[in-house]
Ligand binder design. Sequence first.
Ligand code: AHR
Length: 658
Amino acid sequence: MKNMNRMKNLGIAAALALGASAFAQTPINVDASKSIAEIQPTMYGIFFEDINFAADGGLYAELVKNRSFEFDSPKMGWQEPNSNRHSLNKNSGIAKIINYTDSSGNENYARFEINDASGYEIINEGFRGMGIKKGENYRISVMTGNVNGISAIKFELLDENGAVFGEASIAPKGNDWTTFETIISPSKSAEKATLRITFSGKGSIDMDMISMFPEDTWKGRKNGLRKDLVQLLADLQPGFLRFPGGCIVEGRTLEKRYQWKKTVGAVEDREMLVNRWNTEFSHKLTPDYFQSFGLGFFEYFQLSEDLGAEPLPILSCGIACQYNTGELAPMESLDPYVQDALDLIEFANGDTSSKWGKVRTDMGHPEPFNLKFIGVGNEQWGQEYIDRYKVFAKAIKEKYPDMIIVSGSGPSPDGEYFDYGWEELKKLDAELVDEHYYKSPQWFKENADRYDDYDRNGPKVFAGEYAAHPKAEDGPKENNLESAVAEAAFMTGLERNADVVYLTSYAPLMAHKDAWQWAPDLIWFDNLSSHGTVNYYVQKLFANNRGTDVLKVSSNGNKLIGQEEIYATAAIDSGKGEIILKLVNTSAENKQVQLNISGSKFKSKADWISLSGDDIKAYNSFENPKTIVPVENEVKIKNHRTVELAPNSVNIIKLKKS
Ligand code: AHR
C-alpha cells in the first residue's frame, strides 16, 4: 500500500521507473510485425443534430430569436412593454404581423406603426439571452420597406438590469425592401443581454430579418458559426460529419420532416420549421424551439470541408419518426423523397451547369463537396423501412454507383427490430448499417467484444449514435468520468474490429446549459463559454491517435476485454511510424500491466497521454471545465516493462519506431 501510494504521488514516469514486481501483472502482448486490419480515416467522426439548442441558439451564431416573425406565435421572443393589442396605442405604437400570400419561404414581416416614438420599444430576448463580449463587434442587419415618416431606428444592448451598454442606429429609406447594416461595440460583457429597438419619427415602417451576429464568427463568415464551438469540433479532427440528425430528419409528421432543399439559397427565403424537440419531452417542453435553417445544408457541407471531415447527410426515407406518428409515405408516392436524395448528390457533387450544382455555385462554392456517403432514413425499423430502403438504394446506385449508402437498424443494439433489420439488409448487400445504443456504463464495459464475432463478409458498421448513460443527476453531471471510461473501454473493441466498424460517433453532440432536452452530451455551452466533457476528451484521445492499422493484442492468448478490468487495443500509424497503445483501466485501483511488444523495434522515449481521476462522479462543469482532461508526459518504455495504469484511466502510449 505504501508503495502504491508512493507511485501515485510520483506520477506515471516515476511509476515506470519503479516497476512493481510485487503486484499481479496483466501481460499485454502486442505484435507489431503486421497489420491485422486497416483503420478507416472515417473511424471517429461527429454526429450533429439540432437538439438542445445545438444549432439555433448554439453553433449558428445568430443572436436574435425569431428574427423574421415566423414562429407559430409570430411575436414569440419579442416584447413590446408599452403596447396593448386591444388599444390604439396613441402614446406608443405596435408591430403588426403581415403575411405574404404569395411567398413559399419567409412568409411574415412586421409593420411597425409608431404613434409616439418616445413611448414605443420592442425588445428581443435572444436564445435564453444574448451572449455579448466586450472587445467584439456585433453586426446588426435589417430589411426595411415602406418607410413612411420614420427617420431612424436605434438598436441598444441592454444588460440583465436593463442598462444600455452599446448602441447603433440606421436611417432607413425607400419603399422597396432594402438591407441596412450597422455595428455595435459593447462597453462590457453580458451573458444574458437583450436587444432593444426604438424609432425616431411618426409613421410606419416594415421590417424583416432583424439580425445580430458577432463579427468574429468561425472564419469571419457572415451568417456564420460560433467560433469557440467550431474550434472544439475541429480539435477532435473528425473523420466525418453526420448531419442534420437524428430524429429531426424524420419529423414528428412527414410534413414536418427535414427537407434540405428548403435550407439552401438566400437565408431570408429559407422556410422556418418547428423543431421536433420543441415538444418531445413533456418534462422538458421547449416551445420556442424552431429551425431557422440559417445553418442549412450548404453550411453543413462547408463545415465538413473546414473540418477535413467527410460529409454524411441523412435524409428522410418517407417515414416520420416511429416514436411519434410513424406516418408512412405510400410506396407509390415515394418519388419526391427519392428525388430529394438524387438532387442532393447533384447539389454536392454536380457540375456547375447542373440544376443543383448551380445552386451550390451561386452560393459561392463552384467546386464539388465530394460527397461519398448518403444516409437513407435515421432510426427506422420494420418491413416499412426495408421496402423503402430498397427503392432508394436502387435509384441511387443506378445513377451514382459509387455512392456509399448508409442504412439503419433501428433504435436499439439488439432485439426484434434490430435482428430483422440486419437480416434483411444483409440479404440486400447493404454497405453500411447504422447502429444506436444509449446504455449504462456497465453495458459498455460488457460489450467491448460486441463486434468480435460480426460477419467479416457482411455489411460494415456505422456505430452512429452511442453514449453511456450513468443516470447520475440529469444534465451536465451525466457526463461523468464513469461514463467516459466505460465508453473508452468499449471503443477499444470498436478499434480492434476496424475491419467491420468503419465509422463511429458519440451522440448527441452539444447542449445549451439553459435549453437542453437530452443529457449526456459531448459538449456543453452557455451564451459565452463552452467546454468539452470528459467524454469529449475520450473521443479526442481516440480520434487524434487513430493510427492506420490495427495490431494484434493479446493477454494470455486472449483479447483484452475487461480481464482485471483492463481493456486494450493497439494500432500502428504507418505515416508517422508510431505504435499507438490504448489501455483502459475501469477499476478504482491502480493496475500493473506488463508490455511485451514484438515484431518491431522502437525508441525508448514515448509519449503517454492519460486521462484519469479517483472520483467516478467527477465531471467538467462550467465553473471547473478542466476537472478531468488528458495529461501528457514523456516516459521511457522498454520491452517487457511493467507499467501502472491509474484508477479509472484512459491511456494512450505512443512509441516511435526505430
Ligand atoms: O441523439 C438523440 C436522439 O437519439 C436522436 O435524434 C435519435 O436518432 C435517437 O433516438
